[in-house]
Design a protein. Structure first.
Length: 268
């Protein structure tokens, strides 16, 4: 079972959790941090090599959570152009293309291997999507997408993998291809999510920023940080809130607190 609530208050830690986080203050050395930054693409490529297309489940919840994909149409069968920034192996892309025949999708990922998996998918069709490899922090999206041409950008569990100092570059890049008046739909890890509390000491890179054992990194967002990030690049906030889910594992008698930040930011 699971229950979910949305709102603006961050999750409250138990005394044990607060103590664990307070104790964990030693940061990974600067040398190792630079190495992780340099090898970020290689580490994600290896992640996809190990896990192939099996790691993430297909995200059939996207259209349920983001009614905007329907709401941003002016009439029922209007053709929408979307960009999935950080598409992975297509777990979000293909369910969307299946459910909605009036979508053309641009999709890009940091990992060349992930892009190859997307192109090998039986549902892949160049008439319905254009997929390309891209480092959103430095490769110009305008090389593949016309300016002001996209109705919706999805940024789902992507920004957290990028160094906080470079996140603004991603938002600036996306801004150029988004039509005025249209939105970025965002969902990612929130502060004090279960995953953040499971890191062993020696994994901390900075405030709310950690490295996994495979070298991939994860940032945990506060509502305020995200809001400032988008507003600084000229976006207008429409919705920005925490989604807290309690997932109960009855067999193990465990209660797993998941925290995400779910948001919608508009290009004026």
């Amino acid at each position: 079972g699971a229950f979910q609530k949305k709102g603006h208050s961050a999750r409250v830690l138990s005394p044990e959790e607060a103590e664990k986080l307070a104790k964990d203050q030693v940061l990974v050395s600067e040398f190792k941090q630079l190495k992780l930054e340099k090898e970020a693409q290689k580490n994600w490529d290896l992640f996809y090599k190990r896990n192939s297309t099996n790691f993430f489940k297909d995200r059939h919840w996207t259209t349920r959570e983001f009614q905007e994909l329907k709401a941003c149409r002016e009439f029922a069968d209007e053709k929408l152009t979307i960009l999935e920034a950080g598409c992975g192996v297509g777990n979000c892309l293909f369910p969307l293309l299946e459910e909605d025949l009036n979508i053309f999708a641009y999709a890009c990922d940091f990992s060349p291997r992930a892009v190859e998996y997307v192109k090998k998918n039986a549902l892949y069709s160049t008439e319905r999507c254009k997929v390309f490899q891209c480092d959103l922090t430095k490769d110009d999206l305008l090389d593949n997408i016309p300016a002001d041409s996209v109705d919706v950008v999805t940024l789902i569990f992507v920004l957290s993998a990028i160094h906080p100092d470079k996140m603004h570059l991603v938002l600036r890049n996306i801004y150029k291809v988004l039509k005025p008046g249209k939105c970025v739909l965002f969902r990612d890890y929130g502060l004090y999510d279960h995953a953040m509390l499971r890191f062993k000491s020696g994994s901390k890179l900075g405030e709310n920023f950690y490295v996994r054992q495979d070298g991939t990194r994860s940032y945990f967002f506060t509502e305020e940080f995200l809001s400032q990030l988008f507003k600084a690049e000229g976006y207008k906030q429409v919705v920005n809130e925490y989604v807290q889910r309690e997932t109960v594992n009855r067999k193990e008698d465990l209660c797993v607190p998941r925290v995400f930040v779910q948001s919608k930011f508009q290009k004026p």
